[in-house]
Write a protein that binds this ligand. Structure first.
Ligand code: NI
Length: 173
């Protein structure tokens, strides 16, 4: 169990495309998931991808409810997730990201998606999500491709945000 350092944009490691997990049941994967959960709850955030702690493996965790009800946790583990289908219908949400502290911008994405993923036992699941869960999952799985939500904004807006974060986190670089 460990809270890991979350990489801040424009750290180049956030742009690395993550590799598939060969064996989801491996002890290293369980340890990685535990670290991701600890780091997400500590932050706190509703999702965290392995990319964000500098591990280029296709693993992410989410908990979309725990902040709403005291003591209630709903941790979900996503190993080797794939978006099989995206609706043509889109929706707009104001997104934030632990790798872009205090930056919030509206992003347009498909409103519904169908996802296939594996759990820590290696079992394969498939399900459809809509609205906030669908948006959160697209955001997290983008991290595994080396994509950030600011990539959907105009180049000018992206540059302004990048400069702002560079200035603010100069000491860490
Ligand atoms: Ni994020």
């Amino acid at each position: 169990m460990a809270v890991r350092e979350i990489l801040i944009h424009p750290d180049p490691r956030l742009r690395v495309k993550a590799k598939p997990v060969a064996d989801p049941t491996a002890p290293e994967v369980r340890a990685l998931v535990q670290d991701l959960a600890d780091t997400m709850y500590d932050a706190p955030g509703v999702g965290l991808a392995a990319t964000q702690i500098g591990v280029a493996l296709r693993v992410a965790v989410t908990d979309l409810v725990w902040r709403n009800e005291e003591g209630v946790r709903d941790l979900h583990v996503w190993i080797n997730p794939e978006i099989l289908w995206r609706s043509e219908e889109t929706t707009r949400y104001e997104e934030g990201c632990l790798s872009l502290p205090e930056i919030y911008e509206e992003v347009e994405r498909p409103r519904r998606i169908r996802v296939r993923w594996q759990d820590l036992e290696g079992a394969v699941h498939e399900a459809e999500f809509e609205d906030f869960p669908a948006i959160a999952l697209q955001h997290e799985f983008d991290h595994l491709e080396g994509r950030l939500f600011i990539d959907y904004l105009s180049p000018l807006k992206r540059r302004l945000i990048t400069n702002k974060l560079k200035k603010r986190f100069k000491k860490r670089a």
